[in-house]
Design a binder for this molecule. Structure first.
Ligand SMILES: NC(=O)c1ccc[n+]([C@@H]2O[C@H](COP(=O)([O-])OP(=O)(O)OC[C@H]3O[C@@H](n4cnc5c(N)ncnc54)[C@H](O)[C@@H]3O)[C@@H](O)[C@H]2O)c1
Length: 198
């Protein structure tokens, strides 16, 4: 019998941490735009005994996402879809950031809707920047972290723990909502502990 399939789009730090946590006993379909990143992450996971398939995808292309959906459905029941693919403003021009982070996220959910298994779950890992006005840069991030209650950054594994809850049966009533995981940066900003950006 085919194993259930967990699709993880974006083979970066957070994507791989989520794949590790969600992939026990399942087929992980790992997808990324960057072929080198994708293959390196897949090799790491396979070296740790996970079952992994890979697929090249550009989430800003509906056609490319459709090809990923077909590949996922061919592997087995698609029980979880996690989109971690994303670009920060320092990595690409605004139009590309919007195409990948905003349009791409919508396309992923729209296209996976036709194959997601009953009771399945979808999750987008995005950025606290969505809670801000104009995005800060460089030293401003250090200032934000210093002013936040947690006073530190989070390793990808800490995000994967929250993802595990959101993807699992305990979060069955949590849907269409947004969990802010930022060590209190936005709260500090709203409380006037640091200057609002812009
Ligand atoms: N790491 C952090 O501190 C942090 C903080 C806040 C938000 N985020 C956001 O969370 C998400 C995941 O973070 P991460 O640290 O794993 O990032 P990462 O940069 O390590 O991984 C993102 C992956 O997305 C891939 N990608 C980029 N464009 C793509 C496209 N068009 N199609 C498919 N794949 C594409 C990249 O090749 C990369 O492997 C990102 O959106 C990031 O902006 C990360």
């Amino acid at each position: 019998m085919a194993k259930d399939v967990v699709v993880v789009i974006g083979a970066g730090g957070i994507g791989v941490a989520i794949a590790r946590r969600q992939g026990f006993g399942k087929t992980i379909l790992l997808a990324d735009f960057n072929e080198k990143t994708l293959q390196a992450a897949a090799e790491d996971l396979m070296g740790e005994s996970y079952t992994v398939s890979t697929h090249h995808v550009d989430v800003s292309s509906r056609e490319s996402v459709r090809s990923l959906v077909d590949a996922a459905a061919a592997l087995g029941a698609v029980v979880q879809v996690v989109n971690t693919a994303g670009l920060s403003p320092n990595m690409a021009p605004p139009e590309r950031v919007l195409a990948v982070d905003v349009y791409g996220s919508a396309v992923v959910f729209e296209e996976f809707e036709r194959v997601i298994a009953p009771g399945g779950a979808g999750l987008i890992i995005s950025s606290m920047a969505g809670h801000m006005l104009p995005a800060p840069i460089g030293d401003v991030y250090r200032t934000m972290i210093a002013a936040s209650p947690a006073n530190r950054m989070a390793p990808p594994e800490e995000i994967a723990i929250a993802a595990s809850y959101l993807l699992g049966p305990d979060a069955g009533f949590v849907t269409g909502s947004d969990l802010l995981i930022d060590g209190g940066v936005i709260a500090a900003m709203r409380a006037g502990k640091l200057p609002a950006p812009g």
